[in-house]
Design a protein around this ligand. Structure first.
Ligand code: FES
Length: 271
């Protein structure tokens, strides 16, 4: 994509041939990229949009190059476009054709024997209360998960399976949505979330050293919670205040222009 854009910006007409039905490749399936943990989609999406809109780039998706003949300046390329059975010029990506398609493939897996998840009665009442609060809403799944997360600071497995049952949404779908957002955790978390930014701007300004200082101060590693359930530690890829890097947050409080020396004072102010 970047090569196409560079050529297109230099004034060449570019035919971007892609074997699969959409551009983006494996990166579009990734959450983060190594080594900076930057959000893959944040890097990829602007290029995908630019390729889609650039006047000099013609995308030939679901197509393959069959042969190339000729010499520099006068190549002849034969491209096979595979049948999509939809008019790509009219496609808006709404997905309705999938719903109406006569060919349906269902994956069936033998259900595994699962131990019933135990929930204390008062905890169950809490989950029921959150469910009732959002009962009349369309697309209640996310607000319900947020409500439970706000109550417990994590998503207990029994609550997740109760939500799946009550909203009649398959458990796999609930988990797929819940695991997409890093505000949800499947491990008990402390009362205070410490998030140290390791996005590019913060990393360059010493984010990794800030993380070391926080780990030392709290005596936990990333993803862990202190024994008193006070602090949990996470890293994030950008907090949206790169101008103040390196940055960390403690719940909703933002701390910028950090140095290792400031960490102890900041954290002890919460004790
Ligand atoms: S990279 Fe840290 S706030 Fe943006």
């Amino acid at each position: 994509m970047q090569a196409s854009l560079d050529l297109a910006n230099a004034g060449f007409k570019v035919y971007l041939v892609e074997k699969s039905p959409a551009i983006g490749g494996v990166m579009s399936q990734l959450d983060k990229t190594f080594p900076t943990n930057d959000c893959a989609m944040c890097t990829l999406a602007p290029r995908m949009v630019e390729c889609g809109n650039h006047i000099n780039v013609e995308k030939l998706t679901y197509s393959e190059v069959e042969s190339i003949e000729g010499k520099p300046g006068a190549f002849k390329v034969r491209v096979r476009k595979k049948a999509r059975s939809v008019d790509p010029d009219k496609c808006t990506g709404c997905g309705e054709c999938m719903e109406s398609c006569l060919v349906q493939n269902y994956a069936y897996l033998e259900p595994l024997p699962v131990e019933p998840l135990e929930f204390a009665a008062d905890e169950l009442d809490e989950v029921n209360r959150v469910l009732e609060e959002h009962a009349s809403e369309k697309g209640a799944l996310l607000p319900v998960l947020e409500g439970i997360n706000a109550r417990y600071n994590w998503l207990p497995p029994a609550a997740v399976s109760k939500v799946s049952e009550a909203l009649d949404v398959p458990l796999a779908r609930v988990l797929r949505i819940a695991t997409f957002y890093n505000m949800f955790s499947f491990e008990p978390r402390g009362e205070l979330m410490v998030r140290v930014c390791l996005g590019t701007a913060c990393y360059v300004k010493g984010g990794a050293r800030i993380l070391e200082a926080v780990q030392r101060e709290l005596n936990v590693k990333v993803g862990e919670t202190t024994n008193d359930m006070k602090f949990s530690l996470e890293t994030v890829s950008c907090l949206g205040c790169c101008g103040q890097s390196p940055v960390m947050t403690v719940n909703d409080d933002i701390y910028g222009y950090l140095t290792q020396g400031k960490i102890s004072e900041i954290l002890t102010s919460y004790i």
